[in-house]
Design a protein around this ligand. Structure first.
Ligand code: NPW
Ligand code: K
Length: 504
């Protein structure tokens, strides 16, 4: 699913009006009908609905919703803010329609706003500003936002929480943005919804399909997409009837150190559950018995060192290599990692300590081969690109890094994002907060390494790997709950996740 900018969203509306023979006012009527349904589904008529409408089409939506709720016998009160004396045509039409159906609780605010008292049982509909916001809110509107946020009422924002920009909020004023409990987004989701710092502003969100022109969406250029199951399923290549283990690649995981053998176990188990033909684990001698016992399906190659990875492995026999889980950052390990990466000519995944080593020895970043997959969490990424003050800045800098290294970056978190060397950002929808636990990343490295070894392209491995990882996490959550979820549960759920993605 594409994510469009607010400017594109406006163009999409205009294109739909021009090409799908629908009047602008009727598109608004469609939006308002869906908004009303979504509101009625959640709250019954015992709630008073207090609607704050702005001067543009976001306000037009809100006034149309007021009429529809009124006609369903909800108790509705409308405050329309007309401080400049300039209302959009569709907003004006809806004000007229509201009056025509005998509605009387309508207040037009031109200067002084006598704020109604809001209770916890009231529902506020925020239709002040949507995709037409062109600067941070200030003055009287900021005061209205603060009053809404200070109230105990539940808040439903139409399209976006008023005051929030759809993409970049680096220069916004946070306290002047509505804190919604629910955001009912019209057409497509906004990029800002996917950023963790906006969670308390956007609340739970839902997209309402008002029938925006598919043709426009297909042709619209965007760098931001949400991966869907329908994108993932076709990527999976079925196994051949006459296949043998040699057909599915030989993967190598360079993982583990003294006290961190568990990371090696987790990544190896996940790798084996993701279709790899053969797996070898290169690990310090101290982990030999652990791995032979816990992962009998894998071969173990001992490093020269008792406790740490100290000497690069020979890569001739492998189709892919994953480096970093539980490696530690000893000086001897750092040198071995840098040398291993510099000379690597097969598909490569760098995770955890391998990334930390490159952030410490930054001058060696250019040794990372083209098309390498880097799988940092926010902390690991910022050790390389520097501290960022918000997600938009972080993603922009990560795109620069992916471009300069010509690498793939899998930035882990809620909405893990796969960034390609060309700067496309694919947001992954699966997964849950229970997966924020030690070892979860090791599992992902194992999965992606398995996919690379089987011959999936880097982009496919990243997208498919993050999707199935999150899906397994969701299956595990259903079994054990978010609090108890541990990395091993994700691995145990991988078979069901793979099965669900491959069944008809
Ligand atoms: N088009 C369609 O068919 C459909 C559209 N839909 C709906 O329309 C919404 C977009 O409507 P929109 O484009 O009218 O913009 P909207 O967000 O209402 O605000 C514009 C007004 O705000 C003002 N303004 C801006 N920033 C400001 C600030 N900081 N402080 C103060 N004022 C500020 C700006 O004034 P200006 O700066 O231009 O003078 C202008 O008056 C969209 O979110 C969705 O809900 C749906 O119904 C589907 C069909
Ligand atoms: K709004």
């Amino acid at each position: 699913m594409k994510i469009l900018t607010c400017t594109q969203q406006k163009e999409a509306d205009e294109y739909t009006i021009a090409h799908n023979s629908i009047l602008s006012i009727n598109l608004m009527e469609k939006a308002a009908t869906l908004l009303t349904d979504a509101i009625c589904k959640r709250w019954d008529k015992s709630h008073r609905i207090v609607i704050f409408a702005g001067p543009g089409n976001n306000g037009g939506d809100a006034v149309a919703v007021a009429r529809m709720l009124h006609l369903k016998s909800y108790q509705v009160e409308v405050f329309l803010f007309n401080v400049t004396g300039k209302l959009s045509d569709d907003c004006l039409t809806n004000i007229r329609r509201l009056h025509e159906c005998g509605f009387t609780s309508y207040h037009e605010v031109t200067s002084q706003f006598d704020a109604p008292k809001l209770t916890a049982h009231d529902i506020v509909i925020d239709g002040l500003f949507g995709s037409g916001l062109n600067k941070p809110l200030s003055g009287g509107f900021a005061a209205v936002v603060k009053y809404i946020n200070a109230s105990a009422a539940k808040v439903v924002s139409i399209d976006v929480p008023s005051g929030l920009m759809g993409e970049d909020n680096s220069y916004n004023i946070r306290q002047n943005i509505v804190q919604a409990d629910i955001t009912l987004s019209i057409g497509l989701p906004k990029l800002a919804f996917l950023f963790p710092e906006n969670e308390e502003l956007v609340g739970e969100w839902e997209v309402l399909d008002i029938g925006i022109s598919q043709e426009y969406i297909e042709n619209a250029e965007t760098r931001y997409l949400i991966t869907e199951e329908k994108d993932i399923r076709p990527l999976i290549t079925p196994r051949h009837k006459f296949a043998h283990k040699g057909n599915y690649g030989h993967g190598l995981l360079i993982t583990g150190s003294y006290g961190m053998g568990g990371a090696a176990v987790l990544s190896a188990r996940a790798c084996l559950r993701s279709g790899v033909g053969l797996l070898t684990i290169h690990t310090p001698v101290c982990n030999h018995t652990l791995l032979q016992t816990c992962v009998p399906e894998a071969m173990v190659e001992d490093d020269v060192h008792e406790r740490f990875f100290a000497e690069p492995a020979e890569l001739d026999n492998y189709q892919a290599v994953g480096i970093g889980c539980g490696l530690g950052q000893e000086e001897i390990t750092a040198q071995a990692v840098i040398e291993q990466v510099r000379d690597c000519e097969i598909p490569l995944v760098l995770d955890a300590d391998a990334l930390n080593i490159f952030s410490t020895y930054r001058n060696n970043l250019s040794y990372i081969p083209k098309n390498t997959i880097l799988t940092p969490h926010i902390g690991e990424l910022e050790r390389i690109i520097g501290r960022c003050s918000n997600s938009y800045e972080r993603i922009s800098k990560a795109k620069d890094l992916a471009n300069s290294l010509q690498c793939y970056i899998v930035l882990k978190g809620a909405w893990t994002v796969v960034i390609t060397p060309e700067g496309l950002c694919h947001f992954n929808p699966t997964g849950n907060p229970g997966m924020a636990t030690g070892g979860s990343g090791d599992v992902l490295t194992g999965i992606i390494t398995a996919l690379l070894a089987q011959g999936y392209s880097e982009e496919e491995a990243c997208k498919l790997g993050t999707y199935v990882h999150g899906l397994a996490g969701d299956i595990a959550r259903n079994k054990v709950g978010e609090i108890s979820l541990k990395a091993g549960d994700i691995i145990e759920a991988l078979p069901e996740a793979w099965k669900s993605l491959t069944k008809n």
